[in-house]
Design a protein around this ligand. Structure first.
Ligand code: GLN
Length: 492
């Protein structure tokens, strides 16, 4: 019985696919097993908004048919792999809420490009994950479906905004997940839940079907237990899409092969300005341990200070809300989801729908963004932020003339107490300092587990120049080959 074969929870995607291919596991059993796990465990964590039993079992039957009819199975790199997807990624006929009341009954009529690619690769979407409303937040407390709890300690936040994907992967409720990252929403929850999360280069993965937050910053990326799985999923979802005008036409490397090179001689920069004030001692110590491993592996490691890095949070919290205020204008009570029925005029419908449908943080962002874009303040705020964005991007890219990759903590702190920062937006925003720079510059960045502090996971961030996913995953994988941090799992 599969129920007794919990070892499946710890194997890599490659192993799972192999077992499905060779008929050691039936896709329907695997799907049922994970759906039962969600039902048994998730009441404590609240990481899943929608469980998709019927459709996923139907898909699992199709996968079995493919296996039994011996089609060319190498065409399905994710054959039978159960995934949970962040609920701001559109799934055809499956409720997609962005964790907002305003979209609580919204069923897209189409799949996001990443979903089409996953399904074509043989994956099975078993559920949709909780998140901060419209991906705005760093603690997953801004969800209309209630907060997500950190599986390592149920009194702590899982990070955000992809807290649901991170907590569900950490609790082994699925084999892997997709999140979205506008200012750190894949990497920070990955760090706080002890898993791997990768934000790809802007333009590597199609945004078609991702519910927009900050369009010049948003990227979809994998959230997995280890770097190998991350590479497997990225290989499937990356690539040009003519439905996304910002999609890049580049050759997609075989990431799963590229991540096994030696890193001897690689030049690694430690970002000194991300180790200073406000970074917890336990985080510093853990990250330094990984740095020692890199030195042992023969990398050349030295410290660097990136000019203007301190401006990243201010730039982001003007540009992201500005883009959000424009993107969220479409939720007017006529086109999608929730609509206030008691209103008498069109204007009342818009006002009441948005008033009731959006949560506090989303309203705060719309207000900030509308203000920054208003004719009187545009030059002082939005335009200035764009100018400084250009300067900071140049400053970051300059570092890659000296270094192959850059390293920092993913988050200045480990998972914090639920409710401890919700009433202090500034403290919450400042928490994003380590992750935001990669979104500003559009470069790829990965977070991998690196030890524990106060019995909570710490994340190490590795950033590289545009389209250097192979390289940053290679560095992460080299650490994982000789460490055990990513193999630890929460006891729930
Ligand atoms: N925490 C950041 C914010 O609230 C980042 C969110 C994200 O990456 N989606 O905007």
């Amino acid at each position: 019985m599969l129920q007794e074969r919990d070892e499946i929870l710890e194997t890599t995607i490659k192993d799972v696919v192999n077992k499905v291919k060779t008929r050691q596991i039936k896709a329907t059993d695997l799907t049922t097993y994970f759906i039962e796990r969600i039902k048994n465990i998730d009441s404590k964590i609240n990481s899943v908004i929608t469980i998709e039993k019927e459709k996923s079992l139907k898909r699992a039957e199709e996968i079995e048919f493919i296996v039994n009819n011996n089609k060319d199975l190498d065409k399905f790199p994710l054959l039978g792999v159960p995934l949970i997807i962040k609920d701001n990624i559109s799934t055809k006929d499956i409720t997609t809420t962005a964790a907002s009341k305003i979209l609580s009954n919204y069923k897209p009529t189409f799949n996001a490009t990443v979903i089409t690619k996953l399904i074509d690769a043989g994956a099975i979407i078993i559920g949709k994950a909780n998140m901060d409303e419209f991906a705005m937040g760093s603690s997953n407390e801004n969800s209309a479906f209630g907060p997500v709890k950190n599986p390592w300690n149920l009194k702590k936040v899982p990070g955000g905004s992809s807290g649901g994907p991170a907590a569900s992967v950490a609790s082994r409720l699925c084999i892997g997940s997709l999140g979205s990252d506008t200012g750190g929403s894949i990497r920070q929850p990955a760090a706080l839940c002890g898993i791997v999360g990768l934000k790809p280069t802007y333009g590597l993965v199609s945004r078609f079907g991702l519910i927009a937050f900050g369009s010049s910053l948003d990227q979809i990326g994998p959230m997995t237990k280890n770097v190998e799985d991350c590479a497997e999923i990225l290989e499937v979802i990356a690539g040009y899409d003519n439905a996304d005008s910002t999609s890049s036409k580049i050759e997609i490397p075989k990431y799963s092969k590229e991540i096994n090179k030696e890193i001897k001689g690689m030049k690694i920069g430690i970002i000194e300005n991300l180790f200073g004030e406000g970074v917890e001692e336990g985080v510093n110590t853990s990250v330094n341990e990984s740095i020692s491993i890199l030195k042992d592996l023969g990398a050349t490691v030295s410290k660097t200070r990136i000019p203007l890095l301190e401006q990243a949070v201010s730039i982001y919290y003007l540009i992201a809300p500005s883009e959000a205020s424009s993107n969220l204008a479409r939720y007017d009570g006529f086109k999608y989801g929730f609509s206030n029925k008691s209103s008498k005029t069109i204007w009342e419908t818009i006002e009441f729908t948005r008033g009731e449908g959006f949560g506090d943080e989303v309203k705060r962002r719309i207000l900030i963004g509308t203000y920054a874009l208003s004719s009187g303040y545009y030059d002082a705020y939005y335009k200035k932020a764009q100018q400084v964005r250009t300067l900071l991007t140049e400053s970051i890219l300059n570092e890659f003339k000296k270094y192959d990759v850059l390293i920092s903590p993913t988050s200045p702190c480990v998972a914090f107490d639920l409710k401890s920062k919700v009433d202090n937006p500034l403290a919450m925003y400042l928490n994003d300092i380590c992750t935001i720079p990669a979104n500003i510059a559009g470069i790829p960045a990965i977070s991998i587990p690196c030890n524990f502090s106060d019995n909570l996971p710490v994340g190490l961030q590795i950033m590289g120049p545009h389209f250097s996913e192979s390289k940053i995953m290679n560095v992460g994988n080299s650490i994982q080959k000789i460490s055990n941090w990513h193999k630890q799992k929460p006891k729930i």
